[in-house]
Design a protein around this ligand. Structure first.
Ligand code: FAD
Length: 387
């Protein structure tokens, strides 16, 4: 069993080092899930992904080595030089990175903007000594952002990156000096959020919160929707430090019960959620990511809710929590089924547990069949996408 896991991990790492990580934009599904977004933009992206993977296979292992870094604008074909402006610790194991393009380019704004409007996206960072790459998720700019207007105008990007003590690229990024060059390639669209989406349930583990911030930003900034879209985020972390200052919106005071209530059973209302989530007090040193989430809540009142779960407090995302989180959207039958989307993001084991593993086939990472907790819930009219 352990060997199989090792082979899988090694295979994934090799494929990533070859740069063969472009994915087509499709939706894994429950029985009545959304189909692929039909916009011409996503179709052309899918086509580009296929061409890109083909080219990558032909180029074999020399792919990254052969890349020029001539372009001043972020693009999916060649690596573009950025410099590390700052690295602020978020917790003992993660930091917020700010990067600025080495050469000014007016076109970066358009490249970023198109990606933000499409949905969830990532960029690949190159580790130059080992010639390998890993994907990371740019954070949107919110009211709580530490980017100044100048930084924004200069095309800065921010990332929330966890340092894996044995990981090659995340360790490298945590060790380089501020001011050092970092080479990026992208954007790569991880999930195009269909235009008709009105409700998102985002299930995030650890740094999987970065795409949740992106999804919220992309969804809530849409001007043309008839109804105000909503996003509910369930965020699981190992340690309090990772989400210090977080307040769970489903946390309600427990109803006072008489001494006899245990004999007659408790009510099966949606209050089940409130028994399991946590408040991570210590507001004085709220983590940067929690401040970002709070800023989104104030910017879009009533449209964003967040619940926190902590391994160290034995609160885990359970089936009841998912059911409770989708209940308000599920009761409104008049809405189109394509309007509801569950996104799952986090470490491989977390995604597998929630929605089944993603699979590798012909040099591409695919969604794989829906399994795990979400499959068991049999949520008929919710689409599911594993990030
Ligand atoms: C689309 C996308 C977006 C992402 N966004 C973010 C983000 O915003 N922030 C973030 O922190 N992460 C993000 N990630 C994860 C990130 O890309 C890296 O996977 C992560 O940082 C680890 O990379 P690494 O090079 O440091 O570790 P690796 O060197 O890849 O190692 C990872 C782990 O695997 C173990 N390992 C390595 N080789 C083997 C082997 N042969 N057998 C068994 N175990 C092995 C290592 O010991 C280590 O614990 C994202 C991933 C994807 C796919």
């Amino acid at each position: 069993m352990e060997n199989v896991e090792n082979v899988k991990t090694a295979e994934r790492r090799n494929l990533q080092s070859l740069g063969a990580v472009a994915r087509s934009v499709r939706y894994a599904s429950t029985s009545a899930a959304p189909t692929s977004p039909k916009s011409s933009r996503s179709n052309s992206r899918r086509w580009l992904s296929i061409v890109f993977v083909g080219a990558t296979a032909a180029g074999a292992g020399a792919y990254i080595r052969s890349q020029n870094t001539s372009s001043a604008t972020l693009n999916p074909e060649t690596f573009t030089k950025y410099s590390l402006v700052s690295r602020e610790p978020v917790s003992a194991t993660s930091s917020l990175f700010t990067l600025r393009p080495r050469k000014p380019s007016d076109n970066n704004y358009d490249v970023y903007e198109e990606a933000w409007q499409t949905g969830v996206w990532s960029v690949m960072f190159k580790q130059p000594q080992l010639q390998i790459g890993r994907d990371y998720t740019p954070l949107p700019t919110t009211a709580a952002t530490s980017l100044s207007i100048d930084d924004e105008n200069e095309g800065c990007l921010r990332f929330f990156i966890r340092k894996d003590p044995f990981g090659e690229v995340s360790r490298y990024l945590h060790n380089i000096d501020v001011g050092a060059d970092v080479e990026l390639r992208g954007p790569k669209i991880e999930c195009a959020i269909p235009k008709e989406t009105e409700d998102i349930l985002f299930i995030a583990g650890g740094t999987g919160i970065a795409p949740a911030l992106q999804a919220a930003y992309s969804l809530l900034n849409r001007k043309h929707t008839e109804r105000q879209p909503k996003i509910h985020i369930l965020w699981a972390n190992r340690l309090k430090d990772d989400c210090a200052g977080g307040h769970s919106d489903s946390l309600k005071p427990q109803p006072r019960r008489g001494w006899f209530s245990g004999w007659f059973g408790s009510s099966k209302s949606q209050d089940t959620t409130s028994e399991n989530v946590v408040d991570v007090v210590r507001k004085e040193d709220s983590s940067i990511i929690v401040r970002e989430l709070e800023a989104l809540k104030s910017q879009y009142p009533g449209q964003v809710t967040v619940d926190y779960y902590l391994d160290e407090e034995n609160t885990f995302i359970r089936k009841e929590d998912i059911r409770g989180a989708i209940a308000p959207a599920s009761t409104n039958d008049s809405r189109k089924s394509k309007s509801k989307l569950i996104l799952v993001s986090g470490p491989e084991g977390f995604i597998s547990y929630m929605a089944g593993p993603k699979v590798w086939a012909q040099g591409q990472e695919l969604q794989g069949p829906l399994k795990g907790v979400i499959k068991e819930l049999d949520l008929k009219d919710w689409g599911v996408w594993k990030l």
